[in-house]
Each structure stands twice: as C-alpha cells, then as structure tokens.
Design a protein around this ligand. Sequence first.
Ligand code: S3P
Length: 441
Amino acid sequence: MSTATPRPLAVSSRGPLKGRVTVPGDKSISHRSLMFSALAVGESRVEGLLEGEDVLATAAAMRAMGATITRGEDGVWTINGVGVGGLLQPEGALDMGNSGTSTRLLMGLVASHPITVTFTGDASLSSRPMGRAIEPLSQMGAEITASPGGRLPLMLRGINPAVPITYTLPVASAQVKSAVLLAGLNTPGITRVIEPVPTRDHSERMLKGFGAELTVEDSPEGKIISIRGEAELKPQHIVVPGDPSSAGFWMVAASIVPGSDITIANVCMNPTRTGLIQALRMMGASIEEVDSREVGGEPVADLRVRHAPLKAIEVPPELAPSMIDEYPILFVAASVAEGRTVARGAHELRVKESDRIATMRAALEANGVVLEEFDDGLAITGTGGAPIPGGGAAVSKLDHRIAMSMTVAGLAAAAPIAIDDVAPVQTSYPAFFDVLDSLTA
Ligand code: S3P
C-alpha cells in the first residue's frame, strides 16, 4: 500500500502543457461497480475500472466475502456476484488501506448480513471519523465496536433481518447516504435517506441500473431517496467514465501555466461533480466542452482547457458538495489568480484523507503563498499570474490529492517545491506522473 515506502519528489516548472489526456475511470463509480456487481446474481463486466489502490482494496474485500473478481488481459474486469444477502464471513480482517469510500460503503453492506467483519486501515484512514456511518447502521440493528473517537480498527456485527429506517443526513456525505442505502438493499421493507444538501448521486443511478427499486423525490426537507429491500440485482456491463476529480489537476495545470492548451478526454460531467469547473469558469478559466455524450448512464464530455489569466472569487459555499475533493487544487489556482480568493463553508475538508485546510495551508505557505486560515476554509491572495515563489517543502500527509495539487503548484513555481512523499498518488491515479511527462514533453 501507499504507506510502505515514501517517495520524495522535487517539482519545478516545465513549460506549457500540450496534448491530449484520457483520465482514468471515476473512483466513486469504480468502487460501486465492484460492490454492486458482487451483489448481483451472475456475471458482470466492467470496462475502464480505476486500478488504483483504493479500488483494489474494495476488490479484495468483495473477494474475501465470496465474489469472484478477475481482470482480463484486455483490462476488462469480470465479477461473479453472490446475490444480495449472500455475502460470506471473511476469514480475516478487511484492510481498507487509505480508502474512506471502501470502508463506509462496505460497513453499510455488511450491516444487514449475518456476518462479523473487522475493518482496518492505514494511519490516515484510522484517524477519520466513522461515527457518521456507525450511527444510522446501529439504528438498523448492526452492533459496532469502534476504536476511541469512532475510528478504525472497528468490528461490525451485521444483523439479518435489519430494521428499515428513515435517516436524515446530518452531514452532506455521499458515503453515509450510500452506506444506509446499501444496508437497505438486504433489509425488508423500505429504507429512506433524506438528503438536505445534494451530494454525488452515483449510488442512486447505478442501483437503479442494476434493477433495484429506488425512487428519488424532492421535498421541503430535501431529496428523499427510498430503496425497497431484499432486492435482486441483475448483472450489468458497465463502462466507467473518466474521473472529474483526476481531470481537475490538469484543468488547473493548463489554466495556470502560460502557453498551455490541452484536451482532457472522457470526463464525467455529472452535475453533482462539476463544481470545480464552475468555480474555475467564474475565475475566468477557458474550459470548453467538446463532444458531450452519455457513457454508462452518466453525462460525459471532452474538455479543451487553455491557459487564461485567473481572477479571485468568493467560492460559493453551495458548490462545496460538488467539488469537495477539488478544494486542494482550487487553492493552487487561487495562488496564481489576481486578488484574494475566499473559499469557506467547506468544514468537511478537515476530515478527508488529511485535514486538507491545514495541510494545504502549510504546504502553500511554505512556498511563499499569502493566505489566511478559517475553521471552514482558506483565503488566498494570488500572485496575479506571476509564478508562486516555491523553494519550500510540502508534506503530503498520506493524502493523494495534496501530493498531486502540490505537484501542479510546482509547475507554476519560480523555485522547486520539495514534496516529501508522492507515493499516495497510487490510491487514485497511478499514471499521474506518466501523464505529466507526456503533457510536458
Ligand atoms: C465519495 C464521497 C465523498 C468524497 C469521496 C468519495 C463517494 O466523501 O469526498 O472522495 O464515492 O461517495 P463524503 O461522502 O465523505 O463527502
């Protein structure tokens, strides 16, 4: 796993980015493809699966609970599922590595099966709060013993039948929403999640695609998502669209490095994921959608991104759920914009793979960026198009998005940025540095 051997890297400017890149499969959709296929009866096929460590942790866990999962030489994955209700008792603990999505979604799946599972993870994952998933799953009848503070390692004893609940999300979290819906899959009756603030809706779209009875209604309290349990999922052929979060690094790199002109192919444009594009456009970025189409039930487009002078904005807090993973790279864009960008209302950043407010503040400040930290975000005074000073250290804290964001910052820095460890990039974007080489060749 990414924690094994730290990989330091000094990143300097390399000139304009040019050419075409196809980003790897979306991480959220890849996790769900494996999990839902593993619960269908029969053989599913998945093309374009993200082969990063996080998704491989999900694959290993589903195998340990009975699914047969293989990768063909053509890169297509084949999954033979056990059926809803058919998950088997794994022999050992499930190692979730760095992956919060694997952990919280699998906690949901296990909660309504009569098995007992111990979840473990790396130092980053073991510091993240699991109480948000423990609370609703306990209401459904699962017995969960967590480490102090509701953290990993934790042991979850599932129950069958579980009790259907109606649960209003106290935090905007697609992972918690999905955990409850997945527990609901094997629970008699109707399980409901009320979502006051919309978050990524891949679980809803995909579960419907797999044949689950799932409805989404608008109400004054928010979206009401209802799933009928004891569902039967039918195997699917899934084509995973490109990850907009991975695309974000190239969008910002091309926007801030003068002379750049790139095309990013096959980007998932699901509106619950496009907040960064909206924010960058507000800042004056040149992002053109070419060949908009549909892939695997999701809107997809190619994006042509050219260098453009960026202006500071107040990032609308309501964009937060649709760009929650993109704040680190947005902070890099803000560092070269003209004026003071204020990004607040993103308290959730404190509990991601690292505390992304503190980690980005430290990394940017060490490289001469002027900023102010709030409990829920940062204000950053940009250079107005000049390179950021650089010449400092950046500590990635086992956080892939920090490592990639600070790499992009290095491309727009006057002196090299010394990143202590870029190994975590393996969790979500193993080809990141090869792509960087090809775009700057
Ligand atoms: C994800 C949901 C988000 C996001 C994470 C992936 C998902 O987490 O940050 O990278 O696939 O459901 P939260 O649900 O904690 O906001």
